[in-house]
Ligand binder design. Structure first.
Ligand code: ATP
Ligand code: MG
Length: 309
């Protein structure tokens, strides 16, 4: 792809995060639909060349559990310089948008889907770790669903140079950070597992689990203190199986050396082997979440008020 502003038509805005804006775009020469994320970066040629070099790793890093990367380019407008990262457009949206939608429908995401999410995220993390990449930002908005019902990771810290360049323009706090990271320790593969645990609870109860429901509002610092010192949240044992609850409590072990790695969970945990053996049609699930066009929905789909999967 010869990606550039000249070759791209912006179709619509998909969302906005703390450091970027994502649009659905068309790459005209190949009539290819993509998602393009624009992020302001520090204007520095050497730094931009280094970012491009590091992003090359994304091309090799393909996996069914990672959002496809098409390429990147630098663009300049009145507001300064930005990097545009072009990736696979995921029609089903992020898990954040999915659970918010599901909440509006008055239902919750069930254990079957949660298992498939955990399975996909672990597979994606193991793949990234084989390239010595730690994701660093696992959360519902960075887990995307394609139109075919595939679950994929995006927005991982493949380019340290890009992370640094953004850090110069933005100081962010993520509440998905593992306790060791909040305390400034080294980031290990286990830190992504903590974030997966919080993500599963959030997606299952349509709400971020810290502070627990009913607890008074906390400031940023208080919330981070809370995460370090107070009891960890857990899945509701009345609604989810013992395997599912156990999986999440292992993800949320505070001591990083005691917390399992993605490979351990993937190869030994019963919640994961059950999820892997289940035949779930996630394509029809995501279609039900967003509502299929009338013509293609069958009568068996009319029971849409039940808990999706
Ligand atoms: P933060 O910036 O705090 O990490 P975020 O992940 O929501 O939050 P962005 O990564 O900028 O911020 O993404 C904004 C929104 O765009 C996402 O929440 C998601 O709904 C949507 N989005 C991002 N990438 C894609 C994609 N490839 N396909 C479809 N939608 C996407
Ligand atoms: Mg994101």
């Amino acid at each position: 792809y010869q990606l550039s502003d000249e070759n791209i038509t912006v179709m619509r805005k998909l969302g906005e995060g703390s450091v970027g804006t994502v649009h659905k775009v068309e790459y005209r020469p190949k009539r290819k639909i993509m998602a393009r994320k624009l992020m302001a970066v520090y204007p520095d040629e050497t730094n931009h060349r280094q970012i491009m070099r590091e992003l090359k790793l994304l091309k090799q890093c393909q996996s069914p559990y990672i959002v496809k990367y098409y390429g990147a380019y630098f663009s300049e407008d009145d507001d300064g310089q930005s990097i545009a990262i072009c990736m696979e457009y995921c029609e089903g949206g992020s898990l954040e948008s999915v659970y918010k939608r599901v909440a509006k429908l008055g239902v919750q995401i069930g254990e079957g889907v949660l298992g498939k999410v955990a399975l996909a995220v672990l597979n994606g993390l193991v793949h990234l770790h084989s390239y010595r990449v730690i994701h660093r930002d696992v959360k519902p908005s960075n887990i995307l669903v394609t139109g075919r019902g595939e679950i994929k990771l995006c927005d991982f810290g493949v380019s340290g140079e890009l992370v640094d360049s953004i850090a110069q323009t933005f100081v962010g706090t993520s509440y998905y950070m593992a306790p060791e990271r909040i305390q400034g320790d080294r980031y290990a593969v286990q830190s992504d597992i903590w974030s997966l645990g919080l993500t599963l609870i959030e997606v299952s109860q349509n709400q971020f689990p810290f502070p627990p429901p009913g607890h008074p509002q906390l400031s940023v610092i208080e919330l981070l203190e809370y995460i370090i010192h107070m009891p960890v949240p857990h899945m509701d044992p009345a609604k989810f199986s013992a395997d599912c609850c156990d999986f999440v409590s292992r993800c949320l072990i505070k001591e990083p050396s005691q917390r399992p790695t993605p490979t351990t969970l993937l190869t030994t945990h019963p919640f994961i082997s059950t999820a892997a053996s289940k035949n779930l049609n996630l394509k029809s699930w995501i279609e039900r979440v967003w509502g299929v066009p009338k013509s293609s929905s069958s009568s068996s789909n009319s029971n849409s008020n039940s808990r999706p999967a």
